[in-house]
Design a protein around this ligand. Structure first.
Ligand code: PLP
Length: 432
């Protein structure tokens, strides 16, 4: 074991008992050099996970324990870990490509941008590529500000858009305040689902854009009422604000349509995609804008530059990801699996009162529990029963439940069995 690390964190030693030497070493070095608070939090929560092997929708702790992955890093692994077609595409890309030079046009960037224009709703046209969802949100904010000549943004109190400067100021997350990087005069938060509050926030005619997570992930996927998103779009049009759809978690087929907004009949002015666009193999995100919002691209070629934004290997992979996610048989399977899981979850809910409700649109799911900390307790119990699923950071009573797009019935049966066992453990009864 790393002596300096144990000296620094002797209080961790009892929590490391029973682990392999190799795993303890990783935990202590990460505690020492990288993420002391996170390591302590996970150890304290009984989730000492260090991910080793990963394949499809399963991950293995470095000590060998298998877990079904129901977190998928917010959809980064929508298509599974190390999807064979994507690994092959990356290998093929490595034969001729690298990051590329971001100042110049390139065939793979052109292919991805054209594909995004064709596959996104309405008249979205121009793309800007970035290395992360946070940075894509920053670009969207700057673009709607430039397009309208206004500074203010309206965001949801349930929203999360990342941790960079502008995206961090936009979300509910209080870390922007922690870093003295919030801009309260420029970002207004309104309650999710409240059209009257939205109207009030827009009425001054000084708002550049409204940032909307289609179904707010960090809040545990509360479902918008059918008229909510179209209502927000209509208010944007009335008051000259632009509608920005953050589809980082709800895009790429997860709702059973390629984009979540499509299933609500909304045509955004800007759409943001990330996470799963990378295939889980090479970081890339994209902001797709109408010609009007992206007009600055024709004016100021270097208005946004990023060495790694639109890295050619990432674009090459993202094109394959779009091909896979937009296949009708994949989208149909998402809807079919969603219905099957919905039935199974309902059957469990009737027997297990700790599971109070199920939020579901395609494979965007949140499990409501009967306890204020129930999402955390269920996450811990599932971990003990061989599933990794994460509680909702903004509502600890809810568990985010995010099966992959390509799971089959056998995986769902196994998952439901493990969920039932976890709930039985919490309720103190026997699994049936
Ligand atoms: C809805 C949403 N938008 C944006 C982001 C930020 O993406 P990234 O972590 O790639 O910066 C996230 C990350 O969880 C997210 O869930």
């Amino acid at each position: 074991m790393n002596a300096s690390a144990t000296d620094l964190a002797p209080h961790l030693t009892p929590r490391l008992e029973g682990m392999s030497e190799a795993k303890r070493d990783v935990l202590l070095r990460c505690h020492d050099y990288l993420m002391p608070n996170r390591v302590e939090t996970w150890l304290g929560a009984g989730v000492p996970l260090v991910i080793g092997r990963r394949e499809g929708y399963r991950i293995w702790d470095v000590d060998g324990r298998e877990l079904l992955d129901l977190h998928l890093n917010g959809g980064t692994y929508n298509l599974g870990h190390r999807h064979p077609e994507l690994v092959a595409a990356l290998r093929e890309g490595l034969e001729t490509l690298d990051v590329g030079n971001h100042h110049f046009p390139s065939p793979v960037r052109a292919e991805l941008a054209e594909k995004l224009a064709a596959l996104t709703p309405g008249d979205l046209h121009y793309s800007v590529f970035a290395p992360s969802g946070s940075e894509a949100n920053d670009i969207a904010i700057k673009s709607v500000r430039h397009a309208t000549g206004r500074r203010k943004l309206v965001c949801l109190d349930a929203g999360f858009h990342g941790c960079s400067g502008l995206s961090g100021a936009a979300g509910k997350d209080d870390t922007a305040r922690f870093f003295h990087s919030d801009y309260p005069d420029e970002f207004t938060r309104v309650p999710f689902g409240d059209l009257a509050a939205m109207e009030k926030a827009l009425a001054g005619g000084d708002v550049a854009g409204v940032l909307m997570e289609t179904i707010p992930a960090t809040q545990g996927f509360p479902m918008p009422a059918p008229d909510y998103l179209p209502g927000v779009k209509a208010l944007c049009e009335r008051h000259g604000a632009l509608y920005v759809a953050d589809e980082v978690q709800t895009g790429l087929g997860r709702t059973g349509r390629l984009w979540g907004v499509e299933s609500f009949g909304v045509r955004p002015d800007v759409l943001i995609t990330g996470k799963g666009l990378s295939g889980g193999l090479y970081p890339v995100s994209a902001v797709v804008m109408s010609r009007e919002v992206g007009a600055w691209l024709a004016e100021r070629g270097w208005g946004y530059v990023s060495t790694f934004g639109g890295a050619e290997l990432g674009c090459h992979l993202a094109s394959r990801v779009l091909d896979l996610c937009s296949r009708e048989e994949v989208l149909a399977s998402v809807r079919r699996i969603s219905d099957a899981l919905g039935k199974g979850l309902e059957e469990i809910r009737e027997r297990r009162p700790f599971l109070r409700g199920v939020r579901r649109r395609g494979l965007v799911m949140g499990l409501e529990t009967a306890h204020p900390m129930g999402g955390v307790r269920l996450s811990q119990a599932l971990y003990r029963n061989g599933v990794w699923a994460m509680f909702a950071g903004f509502d600890l009573s809810v568990l985010q439940f995010k099966p992959g797009l390509l799971v089959d019935e056998a995986f769902c049966d196994e998952l439901l069995g493990r969920l039932d066992a976890a709930l039985a453990e919490i309720e103190g009864g026997a699994a049936s």
